[in-house]
Design a protein around this ligand. Structure first.
Ligand code: FMN
Length: 209
């Protein structure tokens, strides 16, 4: 079975039960980053759901922001980048694409997540290597009714400034997140699972080198 336009970058691929990349040997490396430190975070749960739904042909790794301190230019000057920042930077560089799983705080990007991105953009001479032309996409979950729509929008100028290749072929807003996940963090809503699988696979098509 073939899907017209599947090879075009940015095309929203239809998910297949056997995975859209089952006919290739290259594993597309997607790095999910959750912007919440909470153990019971809906966004971390969403990231893990994306990992489990990615399917064959996609190597989906996950990261959280634990251990990343507040950005302090004096610390940077004195000591360089903290180890946790260096590690995350290297993981971004090793990926073909990055999926940000963002909460929304006061209609914007949570400080924890923006802080991490600010560290990742240091030193500025490294921005091109870390972000330049790298596929990025954003999803998010919130117990409210608007599913992080404003924080997802707030990411746009940041990602543009850093020179990422932002995937706009799909949109995933998970509203009423408290009804979507089981207590153990499993995404139980079937419609959302299907949309998430479609999103990840569409992004992977876009991110394929
Ligand atoms: C300081 C703060 C501000 C918040 N502002 C918003 C908001 O603007 N919109 C929204 O949908 N949820 C808002 N929330 C609720 C979060 O969506 C909710 O706490 C969510 O569970 C955070 O994501 P997490 O589960 O991944 O930690 C806010 C929560 C906090 C702590």
């Amino acid at each position: 079975m073939s899907f017209p336009g599947m090879s075009r970058p940015g095309c929203l691929a239809r998910p297949r039960h056997d995975g859209i990349f089952s006919d290739t040997t290259y594993m597309i490396k997607i790095l999910g980053i959750s912007g919440s430190l909470r153990a019971q975070s809906f966004n971390t749960a969403l990231m893990h759901a994306a990992q489990s739904l990615a399917g064959p042909g996609i190597q989906f790794d996950t990261a959280t922001l634990h251990g990343i301190p507040l950005y302090d230019g004096d610390v940077e000057q004195r000591e360089g980048l903290p180890a946790a920042v260096v590690q995350l930077k290297e993981r971004v560089i090793a990926s073909d694409g990055v999926l940000l799983c963002t909460p929304e705080y006061n209609n914007g990007i949570p400080g924890v997540f923006k802080n991490a991105m600010d560290w990742l953009s240091r030193p500025s001479s490294d921005i091109a290597r870390v972000f330049g032309g790298r596929p990025f996409a954003v999803i998010g979950a919130s117990p409210g009714g608007f599913g992080t729509i404003l924080s997802q929008t707030a990411w746009l100028p940041v990602l543009r400034t850093l020179g990422t290749r932002h995937w706009l072929g799909g949109r995933l807003l998970v509203s009423r997140a408290n009804q979507m996940f089981d207590a153990d963090g499993t995404l139980r809503d079937e419609a959302t699972r299907a949309r998430l699988a479609e999103f990840v696979q569409g992004f992977a098509v876009f991110a394929k080198p």
